[in-house]
Design a protein around this ligand. Structure first.
Ligand code: ITT
Length: 196
């Protein structure tokens, strides 16, 4: 089975390729299939945005697609940046800039609890939509730590370590994306009648 990942984020592609490795599903990125589209993510929930991305690409290829919409939700910031994680602080900022802004907005804040959230939308070969969701609880650190991962990983602490201080495989075992994907794989296993 071929599965297309409807994302322009190379880090997500890398994580999904790892999560599907050895399961008999050939995972392709949009780039690998020569598809280049800017999709307006105007939903207000992770699930809505994941569906918008998956449906846009499904309509182009009419083949199985998954999309991921994810972000970091900080309790003391009333859930921000949340669905706006990729656009936090506006267009001019990169991962480092957004992370620095988050740390600035958390200056002097005692309650540092936060979670990463991930909605995966799978549209199957027949065009039917399936939604999966995963979360990972943690805290916001006081400075960036570690070199691995992407986005807010350097400031997202799970215990003593940031996501960026974990190996990819260690992150997969506890991450929001890993958990949502586990549910997707369990669904696919039922769909095909064998392990995926
Ligand atoms: P696509 O929409 O093309 O998939 P994107 O990067 O714009 O790519 P989102 O709209 O889902 O993806 O935004 C998610 C943002 O949340 C992402 O850019 C990161 O800043 C952050 N994020 C999500 N998952 C993360 C993770 O595992 N580690 C660190 N940051 C993450």
């Amino acid at each position: 089975m071929e599965l297309l990942i409807a994302t322009n984020n190379a880090h997500k592609v890398e994580e999904f390729k790892r999560l599907f490795a050895g399961l008999g599903i050939d995972v392709f990125s949009l780039k690998e299939k020569g598809i280049s589209v800017e999709i307006e993510e105007n939903g207000t929930t992770f699930a809505e945005n994941a569906y918008i991305k998956a449906k846009t690409i499904y309509d182009l290829v009419k083949a199985p697609v998954i999309a991921d919409d994810s972000g970091i939700c900080v309790d003391a910031l009333f859930g921000a940046p949340g669905v706006y994680s990729a656009r936090y602080g506006g267009e001019g900022l990169d991962d480092k800039g957004r992370t620095a802004l988050l740390l600035k907005n958390m200056e002097g804040v005692k309650d540092r609890s936060a979670h990463f959230a991930c909605a995966i939308c799978y549209i199957d070969a027949l065009g039917k939509r399936h939604d999966f969701y995963g979360e990972c609880q943690g805290t916001i650190g006081f400075s960036p730590k570690g070199e691995n991962g992407f986005g807010y990983d350097p400031v997202f602490m799970v215990g003593e370590k940031s996501f960026s201080e974990l190996s990819g495989k260690e992150k997969d075992q506890i991450s929001h994306r890993g958990k949502a994907n586990e549910k997707l794989l369990a669904y696919m296993k039922g769909e095909t009648g064998h392990d995926q």
